[in-house]
Design a binder for this molecule. Structure first.
Ligand code: ZN
Length: 254
């Protein structure tokens, strides 16, 4: 059984039997993997407390072709991201990002770039000031969407590629995958109207730039737009439970 060494992030974890845990890992070099960590629940486990959610480290995996559940040989934590477990808003945001990767990248298509974006996105949610965790999550989610190849078209018409006025409110169509020029939006109405500031925010978030604080209404509109976009392009109508919990929780928290 080949032993593979790779950086990995714990995206999902649950207890298995009296002594072990099963983890879903995003790895830098071996895609998404479900692994059994034997003995991880023992008090003197060789994994220590390293296997908490969103922890990142150097993992050794025994990989066997055709198996759904692989074996984790070791995990040396390099970033525990304990901040994500200590605050509900951060935890909900990080969980929504984890769900994006778990649901929408297959076993073989966690690219190095996607892994690096996820790493940075989780760090930013962990480090953001309390009032900015939602923006950090929105930014991380749009960057992951872009890395998965679904970035919306923001600066020109998604249907006919005509330029759209930089200072105009323009229609956004989920089905077309971006904004629509006036002519196209008359033929096929959009789902939402995006003011220039909202388009700029999505463009900057998708590119990994930080942004000044959004007001509450804008944040809610961004969450709604992102949810609708994910539902249409990635989720096949299935519920996004962590995303929904993040969106609902954010409403209560602000
Ligand atoms: Zn057009």
């Amino acid at each position: 059984m080949p032993l593979v060494e790779t950086d990995a992030i714990v995206l999902h974890a649950f207890d298995y039997s009296e002594t072990s845990r099963i983890l879903r890992l995003a790895t830098r070099d071996a895609g998404l993997q479900s692994v059994l960590a034997r003995g991880a629940r023992r008090s003197k486990s060789r994994f220590g407390s390293a296997l908490d959610l969103f922890a990142q480290g150097a993992a050794q995996l025994h990989l066997k072709d055709g198996r759904d559940l692989q074996t984790l040989a070791s995990f040396d934590v390099t970033r525990s991201r304990a901040e994500l477990g200590e605050d509900l808003g951060r935890f909900a945001g990080a969980s929504a990002l984890a769900e994006l990767v778990l649901r929408f990248s297959g076993a073989d298509d966690v690219s190095v770039q996607l892994f690096d974006v996820l790493t940075d996105a989780l760090d930013r949610v962990a480090e953001a000031p309390d009032s900015r965790t939602i923006e950090a999550t929105l930014s991380g989610a749009w960057r992951l969407v872009a890395e998965l190849g679904f970035a919306p078209t923001i600066d020109a018409c998604a249907s006919c590629h005509a330029p759209v006025g930089a200072d105009d409110d323009v229609a956004f169509s989920h089905r077309a995958g971006g904004v629509l020029c006036e002519r196209c939006s008359r033929l096929q109405p959009g789902d939402r109207t995006l003011p220039p500031a909202a388009r700029e925010a999505i463009a900057r978030w998708s590119g990994g730039d930080r942004l000044g604080e959004c007001d509450e209404r804008a944040v809610r509109a961004h969450q709604r737009l992102l949810r609708e976009f994910l539902q249409l392009h990635l989720a096949d109508g299935r519920a996004l439970r962590a995303f929904d919990a993040w969106e609902q929780g954010a409403l209560v928290a602000r």
